[in-house]
Design a protein around this ligand. Structure first.
Ligand SMILES: N[C@@H](CCC(=O)N[C@@H](CS)C(=O)NCC(=O)O)C(=O)O
Length: 274
């Protein structure tokens, strides 16, 4: 653990808003996890590594047995980059469900040292009582059940999954652009993503209009929260406010963003480019 230190700018959300703190290393202690869950409260921390020889991600981050043994409420820790990206749909769900969690934000320069410690060498991961879970959509389903955002029956759940996968199909064009290193190909991939997006959004617009203003069954589900998080991401990458051309989607996005717990998070979240 000696190789890890909390950094300046580490932020903690308390009643007075975001506060810097040197205290948190992003490790959930037994004492912390005894605290009863507070609605929609997250601690945001960043991780930095010293330049010493041991640059490993401490085991305590991944498996905190002490926390597990002493917790009265499950402890949740989300690890993702300090951007919206694939972390944001999970942050929306955690806040919406009123789950007290640690919002652990990794700086890009620290990622190489952390990568090999992750189950699939990628993030986001969610630790629940020190156990590590990965894959955004798998975690989302778990959280959506906690927040009652996964439909009222199996067929609604199927429809929600279907919509999320459609949203992901659209996002993947941006992911291809993001991953490409060669400048000309990168620019071409962004062009392609921007060209494809309205086709997806037109389909989504029809669906949302038909379903009473939501993706599925006339009520809020994690398809809606996922959409809102992803449309923000791709709009920022493309520098284009796509939803303005799609009134039903625009309204749905505002509905998601004005749900009290998501709004409270949005009002206080760190400002990031993506
Ligand atoms: N299928 C995974 C994809 C995760 C993923 O693509 N993570 C990216 C960030 S959005 C990542 O870790 N990139 C760094 C890397 O691959 O080294 C999921 O949905 O969680």
């Amino acid at each position: 653990m000696g190789s890890v230190r909390a950094v300046a700018g580490v932020a903690r959300q308390g009643e007075g808003g975001w506060k810097t703190s040197q205290q948190s290393l992003g490790i959930t202690t037994g004492a912390q996890s005894k605290r009863p869950a507070r609605s929609g409260v997250a601690r945001v921390v960043s991780l930095a590594f010293s330049r010493s020889s041991d640059r490993s991600y401490p085991k305590e981050h991944l498996l905190n047995r002490r926390a597990k043994a002493t917790a009265t409420m499950p402890s949740y820790k989300l690890t993702y980059f300090n951007i919206t990206g694939l972390g944001e749909p999970l942050r929306f769900l955690l806040h919406y469900a009123g789950i007290d969690f640690e919002d652990f934000r990794v700086e890009f320069e620290d990622w190489p040292a952390l990568k090999s410690k992750m189950p699939m060498e990628q993030i986001p991961i969610l630790e629940i009582d020190g156990r590590v879970y990965h894959q955004t959509r798998a975690i989302s389903r778990y959280l959506a059940k906690k927040g009652n955002l996964y439909g009222s029956n199996e067929l609604e759940a199927l429809e929600i999954d279907m919509c999320v996968d459609d949203i992901e199909d659209c996002r993947l064009y941006y992911s291809a652009h993001f991953r490409e290193q060669e400048p000309a190909r990168k620019a071409k991939l962004l062009e392609l993503a921007i060209e494809k997006t309205p086709w997806y959004l037109a389909k989504f617009e029809q669906r949302v209009k038909k379903n009473g203003g939501y993706f599925v069954a006339g009520k809020l589900s994690w398809a809606d929260t996922h959409f809102s998080a992803i449309i923000e991401l791709i709009s920022n990458i493309a520098q284009k406010e796509f939803v303005k051309d799609f009134p039903a989607l625009d309204k749905l996005d505002q509905t998601v963003r004005s749900t009290p717990k998501i709004k409270a998070y949005l009002d206080k979240r760190p400002h990031t480019k993506f």
